[in-house]
Write a protein that binds this ligand. Structure first.
Ligand SMILES: [Zn+2]
Length: 68
């Protein structure tokens, strides 16, 4: 039983390199991800005083008004 010499052909690309061409499975996964993760715009109110609306003062004022 003689040891088999490892093939070391410099013309052969390393088979461990990732295939630059995406497989059908990769394309299906990409379609699913793009479908499941659409961009989402979030409307955010900002108070004139610079804090997120309602700021602490507005919340307190609203509580005062609701208590009337
Ligand atoms: Zn404010």
């Amino acid at each position: 039983m003689s040891p088999t010499p490892l093939a070391d052909d410099p013309d052969q690309p390393d088979s461990d390199q990732p295939d630059p061409t995406p497989s059908q499975q990769d394309l299906d996964d990409a379609d699913f991800v793009l479908f499941a993760h659409p961009p989402k715009a979030i409307a955010k109110l900002v108070c004139a005083c610079g804090d997120d609306y309602p700021c602490d003062e507005v919340r307190f004022a609203q509580l005062v008004k609701e208590g009337l």
